[in-house]
Design a binder for this molecule. Structure first.
Ligand code: ZN
Ligand code: ZN
Length: 303
């Protein structure tokens, strides 16, 4: 049975990602509105009431906007650290589950370990190391800099979802106020394409098969630029076997499927909107994995 990861939407107007394995369906952040989250789940054939839990990285609105209403409407427990709960912007959730930094929490089929990252939420911001039946996933969407803890926890993952927020030059010449530019580029802001490329060149673990680029700025970045910067870094380090998937704000990204060890190749037929990472994938001839055809566009009111 494969593990599936689908980014429902990502960017400063709202972030939500679905992790699935069997009956376990866990949302990482619910920063789209409740209605939009339900709609995008519907677009991939998932009933919102079948979601079993949500976990929250931090209390910025683009990660929490729909969480309270979604939780109450569909009776979904929301797991967050005490610090995030203490600054919860509301509305109140149906029930709380507890997360503690550096303490693994078994949530359905997933063992999720939150750890603190450098970002400027009022309370702490966490990234996640997720152990699954098909290997580990690293998830870090709001990080000013890659810390030693992040580099170490992500080294043995198969799949990484990481921020590629802005192109340094576009941010520099862009329309934001100087103070906003300084905040974004600062150590507690957001990771640039170039900073992610440095991580790829210097710290990417040999086990990583796929990089999902998330939280792209619509003002200070371009999807093509983020992808190109990442691919160049992969090629420079002899890792062009690693697949690159670029997420968008206004649409659901193709699902990444991790096959578990021992799964029969071809057991689950691929739809046009999935990419597969079979457990023992030959690394030399991996095809390009971004698949613009067949993506379903979803409308979203700009925020
Ligand atoms: Zn944030
Ligand atoms: Zn954010």
């Amino acid at each position: 049975m494969p593990v599936l990861l689908t980014v429902l939407g990502s960017g400063s107007a709202g972030n939500a990602t679905l992790l699935q394995h069997g009956e376990s369906r866990v949302l990482i952040d619910v920063g789209l509105s409740c209605r939009e989250t339900a709609r995008r789940l519907g677009a991939i054939g998932v009933a919102p009431e079948s979601v079993t839990a949500a976990v929250i990285t931090h209390a910025h609105g683009d990660h929490t906007r729909g969480a309270g209403l979604f939780s109450r409407r569909y009776e979904v427990p929301v797991h967050a650290t005490e610090a995030t709960r203490s600054v919860w912007p509301g509305p109140e959730v149906w029930s709380w589950g507890r997360l503690e930094c550096d303490a693994p929490a078994d949530i359905g089929a997933f063992r999720i370990t939150p750890f603190e990252v450098s970002h400027d939420a009022d309370a702490e911001t966490v990234a996640f190391h997720v152990e699954t039946a098909a290997g580990a996933i690293g998830f870090a969407t709001d990080v000013g800099v890659t810390t030693a803890a992040l580099r170490s926890r992500f080294r043995r993952c198969r799949l990484l979802v990481m921020e590629s927020n802005h192109a340094t030059d576009l941010l520099r010449v862009g329309p934001y106020a100087a103070s906003t530019k300084a905040r974004i580029a600062g150590e507690r802001g957001h990771l640039s394409n170039e900073a992610l490329a440095r991580f790829v060149r210097e710290d990417l673990g040999a086990s990583v098969e796929c990089l999902v680029l998330a939280h792209l700025s619509r003002v200070n970045n371009l999807p093509e630029l983020a992808e190109m910067t990442c691919r160049e870094a992969l090629e420079a380090s002899g890792r062009s076997d690693v697949r690159v998937v670029v997420t968008r704000q206004d649409r659901v990204t193709e699902t990444v499927r991790l096959d578990a060890r021992g799964a029969r190749p071809g057991l689950a037929a691929l739809s046009g909107r999935q990419i597969a990472l079979p457990f023992q994938q030959p690394v030399a001839k991996a095809p390009r994995c971004t698949a613009p055809q067949g993506r379903r566009r979803t409308a979203e009111a700009p925020v």
